[in-house]
Design a protein around this ligand. Structure first.
Ligand SMILES: [Zn+2]
Length: 331
């Protein structure tokens, strides 16, 4: 009995939902965002949709990979862990050609951990940045197969009737490098973990390890000639408008945090706290200043973006907080 009660306690704790406020109080996803989403059947677990001639997006509703069918076989861009076991089945729905090539946009396991399900493909070429390959050899992660072809800077895959350009402009997201994948003939561009069409970026500005580079990435994307943009997340297929909209959002977060931080009197905020608790707990007093800047900035961002992009009340406070770290210590 004691064991049963203990077990029930563990089970209850494991499903407890942690959030700032009741889930029902968050804004539903905007209708305009849902309208341009690929519909995924949750029984089937994935959807594969043609976005350009012989170029498909494969998604499970949260992650995306690209399936490029060339006259000489299939090139996959990323193999998300969550879609991994469905990749071969999904590809077989659209072509009889074999998967010959896999490209890693970056080293994160959520985008390439599904490669383990492709381990039995004979002579599968796996292309990645040299630094990503070094990182993966160190990680010894059985989910992520080791690249077979590596490069630095830029690389062009010439495969049958398709030319796929890979390039590492700068590290805007991960430590080892992040690829832009473009097919100029089809005006197709895939850049992972910058934005999600119709939504604000994922938490902490898409977990960017370099906010300075993240701020610059939008202009680098817009320098390409494309009309289909694949972001790697959720179900929307993006366009230039989505990139421009997220750029405007991120620039607003930057300008707002910079102004609020500059015009907030740190000593005044800390002194107000010290009146209650004295000056010993400097961490806590300094944190009241940081939180003041975050709350004031968030109020503005929420008012300007809540009706334009989905997820403002979920992740915008984290964006403001990440931006404050950049503005105060790097900018
Ligand atoms: Zn990532």
């Amino acid at each position: 009995m004691k064991n049963l009660i203990l077990l029930m306690t563990i089970v209850t704790v494991s499903v407890q939902v942690f959030a700032q406020k009741p889930l029902e109080d968050f804004k539903p996803v905007l209708k305009s965002t849902l309208a341009k989403s690929i519909k995924v059947s949750y029984e089937k677990g994935y959807a594969i949709e043609e976005v350009k001639p012989n170029i498909y997006v494969l998604t499970d509703g949260i992650w995306q990979s690209a399936v490029i069918v060339t006259s000489k076989g299939v090139v996959l861009i990323d193999a998300p862990e969550s879609i991994g076991q469905n990749i071969k089945k999904a590809v077989a729905e659209v072509t009889k050609k074999p998967i010959t090539t896999l490209v890693y946009t970056h080293g994160h396991s959520d985008h390439i951990g599904g490669s383990q399900h492709l381990a039995d493909i004979k002579n599968l070429e796996i292309i990645a940045l040299a630094e990503v390959a070094t990182f993966l050899r160190e990680q010894k992660d059985p989910r992520r197969l080791i690249p077979t072809t590596v490069f630095e800077g830029a690389y062009v895959i010439k495969k049958g009737d398709k030319q796929i350009h890979l390039s590492n402009h700068m590290n805007y997201h991960s430590n080892e490098g992040d690829l832009f994948v473009s097919i100029p003939d089809d005006k197709f561009l895939m850049v992972i973990d910058v934005l999600a069409p119709g939504y604000v970026p994922f938490k902490n500005l898409d977990l960017s390890n370099n906010i300075g580079n993240y701020l610059k990435v939008f202009d680098q994307i817009l320098a390409y000639d494309f009309d289909v943009f694949i972001s790697g997340h959720l179900t929307g297929i993006g366009t230039r408008t989505d990139v421009l909209q997220t750029k405007a959002y991120v620039e607003d977060v930057y300008a707002t945090v910079k102004r609020v931080h500059k015009t907030t009197n740190m000593m005044q905020i800390m002194a107000a706290g010290a009146e209650k608790i004295g000056w010993d707990n400097k961490y806590l007093l300094f944190d009241t200043f940081l939180n003041h800047v975050i709350e004031e900035s968030y109020k503005e961002i929420e008012s300007r973006w809540i009706k334009k992009l989905a997820g403002v009340d979920v992740f915008s406070k984290s964006h403001v907080s990440a931006m404050l770290n950049y503005v105060r210590w790097d900018d």
